[in-house]
Design a protein around this ligand. Structure first.
Ligand SMILES: [Zn+2]
Length: 396
């Protein structure tokens, strides 16, 4: 264990350099080719087998065991937003005062850099254990969390036994998060001249009454002691009418719904049906956008809740790996935001845990920066987990 920590610490400059290099390449969702090629070149230099799949995900492979585990990092980032709020250039990738600076350093290229160094260590150790270890560098997550993994599982038919998400956890061991869905409500009215509103049915007024009921619904949604409370809130509203001097004949309300433990697509729709006018159309919109390789994948914007049991071998192995490396028990936690776990665990029931460098609160915020020293601990954890998992499985 000491050896592994020393190796990871010894490669800390390498990890920081890799992170700096990939932060310098902006990689917005659907436009990730340059950063994928850069990561590929790091893997090629190390002699690690890798390939790019049909959607544009980069997959590296080490070992040839019968069981399999994947470490996942999405490598797309969100826009920097208002540049005036940044104290440094968002894509500088500068390494200074113990931090790597820039958009994506925390969410979540830090995880990617630690994975690359872990792969390097496992390659140099000639890893030959019970697992085939995949490292996946995935695309379009910021736009549609999990779709990249629907592609990997459903189209590439790669279905690992376990997955470790390397999104920022501040080196805590995360075991789940709330799910989410987007919902559109289409309210129907009947237009009439604006001078004679009593002759029509005003779709905006109809929608407004329902929005107030949704505000009440939000107060009464289910609460889970670990994952937190389900929430619902309107995020957009638009209407149509023959003219600005006419009663609107339709009104569309877009909703953000966060789903806690025990809440599903069906239960969320059912609750709405109970409070909405009967003729309201309830729509789950679809996500459809071309990837950088020209292929399109589509999914409904429903991202199921997931949580891995604390007694599950993967969580037990995660705790074991952490204890053996750092001499203490990890903090068990959850993410506030959503991750690729919605597809991997939420839809496809593959057990997941999360462990990554960086503070979740820095994600999507100005002045995003990652403490360099966390990279080494994440690296050591990734390199050690397959062995800890092997032992945990044997003990069962
Ligand atoms: Zn992320």
């Amino acid at each position: 264990m000491k050896e592994l920590l020393e190796k990871s610490n010894g490669l800390l400059d390498y990890s920081a350099e890799v992170l700096s290099e990939i932060v310098k390449i902006p990689s917005f969702s659907g436009d990730e080719e340059r950063v994928i090629q850069r990561i590929k070149s790091f893997l090629d230099e190390l002699g690690i087998e890798n390939w790019i799949d049909g959607l544009g995900n980069l997959i590296a492979k080490i070992g040839n065991g019968e069981r399999s585990i994947a470490f996942d990092s999405h490598i797309d980032v969100v826009e920097p937003g208002d540049l005036h709020q940044w104290e440094f250039e968002p894509f500088s990738g500068e390494i200074k005062e113990g931090y790597v600076h820039g958009r994506g350093s925390v969410d979540q290229k830090g995880g990617a850099a630690s994975m690359i160094t872990a792969a390097r260590i496992l390659k140099e150790m000639d890893y030959n254990g019970k697992f085939t270890i995949y490292f996946t560098f995935t695309v379009q997550e910021e736009d549609c969390d999990g779709m990249c993994w629907l592609w990997i599982i459903e189209k590439e038919e790669l279905r690992p036994d376990y997955v470790v998400l390397t999104e920022p956890t501040d080196l805590k061991l995360n075991i789940g998060h709330r799910g989410r869905m987007e919902i559109e409500l289409l309210f129907k009215g009947k237009s009439s001249h604006g001078a004679m509103p009593h002759l029509g049915i005003n779709a905006i007024e109809k929608a407004s009454r329902s929005v107030l009921l949704i505000q009440e619904l939000n107060k009464n949604l289910k609460e889970d002691p670990f994952l937190g409370k389900g929430t619902i809130t309107p995020t957009m509203i638009k209407s149509t009418s023959p003219s600005l001097c006419a009663v609107p004949d339709s009104c569309l309300v877009h909703l953000d719904r966060r789903l806690t433990h025990g809440e599903t697509r069906e239960s969320a729709i059912e609750e709405l049906r109970k409070i909405l006018p009967e003729d309201t159309e309830v729509i789950i919109p679809a996500y459809k956008k071309k990837g950088y390789r020209g292929n399109v994948y589509e999914q409904e914007k429903y991202f199921p809740t997931w949580k891995t049991d604390e007694e599950h071998p993967l969580v037990v192995a995660g705790k074991k790996a952490y204890r053996e490396l750092f001499g203490k028990t990890p903090v068990i936690d959850k993410w506030i935001f959503s991750t690729n776990g919605v597809a991997i665990s939420g839809r496809h029931k593959i057990p997941c845990i999360g462990f990554g460098p960086g503070d979740e609160r820095m994600a999507h915020a100005p002045n995003e920066k990652l403490p360099v020293e966390q990279l080494a601990r994440a690296t050591a954890f990734y390199a050690h987990l397959p062995l800890a998992l092997e032992k945990t499985e044997e003990e069962r």
